[in-house]
Design a binder for this molecule. Sequence first.
Ligand code: FE2
Length: 385
Amino acid sequence: MPIYHRLGRLPRKRHTTLRKDDGSIHYEELVGNQGFTGPSSLLYHLRLPTVVKEIRPLRALAWETEGERMLRHRHFRTKGLATGPSPVLDRVPLLFNAEVALSVARPEREDDFLYRNGQGDEVFFTAEGEGILESSFGELPYRPGDYVVIPRGVLHRWRFGKGPFRFLVIESAGYVRTPKRYRNEHGQLTEIAPFSERDIRRPERLVTRDEAGEFRIVVKSGQRLVETVMTHHPFDVVGWDGFYYPWAISIHDFEPRVGRVHLPPPVHQTFEGDGFVVCSFCPRPYDFDPEAVPVPYSHQNVMSDEVLFYANSEFMSRKGIEYGSITLHPDGLPHGPQPGKTEESIGAKGTSELAVMVDTFRPLLVSRAALAVEDAGYPLSWLSK
Ligand SMILES: [Fe+2]
């Protein structure tokens, strides 16, 4: 995230000593991506961040697909999914390719281990629930409507306040960032961007854990989970600075764009990754020309699979969806408003829809788990009744 941030104590120059009261030194660690040239931060630990007492394989993540890819519009009612209690171990993958995976998590309790994704960035869209994401970088509070972005390699744990909890988890092989067209050549979000740096929340409070004992860490790498055990609490950071850390932005701080006539989905873009974009559909007034047709025209997503997660039960162009629904409109088939929705929208004043869209540039596979909650009638839902 291209905003410099710092918390706690730092030596004046990087790669120089930061001494403790007893004269011993702290241990510096670089966390970032793209070798030594991508975004990164420098952390200062009480103890060596490399001390591991035990390493053991936990399990392989065999994500099964439906088999031969079926080309049809899909609708999954995720409220019927059997999920488990852990935000890390029990997320259910629904749609994925080599660049991005979309899962749903409805966790019920905090993990008693820490977690690091070593193969990708994670974006949690918080449909429900509030609490604190704790990490080596400090505490980051989250609440309903937040996108919480956790870059790869960031050790963290979800702490739960008020529930229940429901997340859409977007896992990205590449770095998740704000769209390039919103930033100037210096990296700052410009006046045409639908949000600004002021809307981006960063870790607030650094809590330094000076504790010896056994601390379990689950690491995801190569579609496997591995468990390591450290002999001290890894959140023993006294200070850090840089451009790499978990951050959050609320969907309610995204300023929707409205035109005299319909504006296409790129105006809703919130993030970009490698091979996909994320857009936010927020409550807004409709287009203001008296003859405007506010709902979208039918379209084919040329070279793009389009996924929508419905964060409430309303959507301007869709019938039959519910809160928690996920639709997939794949490349190769046109889709658009269902019968009656276009006529219904003319002259209407606004929408209170709330939805997250993920458009991928390469086809998505459907997991076997998703089939259990598929609405089989959806591909034919454009037939007039
Ligand atoms: Fe669409």
